[in-house]
Design a protein. Sequence first.
Length: 344
Amino acid sequence: MKTRPMLLAAALLAAPTLAQDRAASPNGGRPEIHTVEEMRRIGGYTAPGARAYADLAAEAGGKLWPVTLYYRCQAVRERRPLKAPAPKPIEVFDRVYSIGTAENNIWAIDTDDGILLLDALTSEADARDVIVANMKTLGLDPKRIRIIVITHNHFDHFGGAAYLKALSGAKIGMSRADWTGKPTMGTLPVKAADDFFIEDGQVITLGGRSVTALLTPGHTPGTISLLFPVSDHGVPHMASLFGGQGSPRDVASLMTFRHSLDHFADYTDRMQADVVLSNHTVGDDGLTRVAALQRRRAGEPNPYVVGREGVIRYDAEWRNCLSADIDQAIAGHKATAAASRDGA
């Protein structure tokens, strides 16, 4: 793997381009946090430890992921509806395609032996009208899908899997905990004889390409996260994709999530990941990056390549947001308990 010590610098130099994208509102008006000052004004954390963690999150990731930072680092969650057009399907890396919606990134990895698909949207209609339609736009045959990896058992990730399996004969892979668990909405596809449970550290191969899967519970009990080699005009990189975005609210689940980030970081370090992808556009500022990619000129950096420094900053942003939530919750519990004692 080639080292690219200037990749983060290149990404930061590209910031005016990303700023132009935001001015054109590719994110549909999603709020953003760029700086510590904005974090203190918007984040809403009141506990001293939580404020310190949130400051660190802003310092780590505000320049590269301001939309993601706002999504992750709020003492009281505010979910605004997204009003943005779906991005055009696009080849992000050599034979790696973004074919999803404004909310959900769907990734298709084309190989000589077929296509490996990451997630399947919400329903048969989504799978047909978005995934299949976008694949055809890019000249990809949906009947060549051979493996469908489901990152977790929320309906917006598994809903179209049964239809796509019927269309292509693909095998579906999912963690045991999530496939045998009860989803909050929807009905999981029935596990067929050729489908498989994904285990921690499993390497899934197809057509000479490989995807390393890790169990990273927290978002759901069996969330799967992924690392896989990609190339940009022949230059090799290593992509990282954490499989669950939204943070839980209870302390035990938040701590489980933080442990999962540690586990994932062990592998992003070991495999020297220098690319951040997500299965939600809010998880990698995806709409902004796709807009920048569409305008990219020869010789300009790929906006998804953030370098080793960028991957480490992404991890630090997320870890500190989780830690801010943990500290805020524990401080709140202690304050409540103290008030109860005083009132007794």
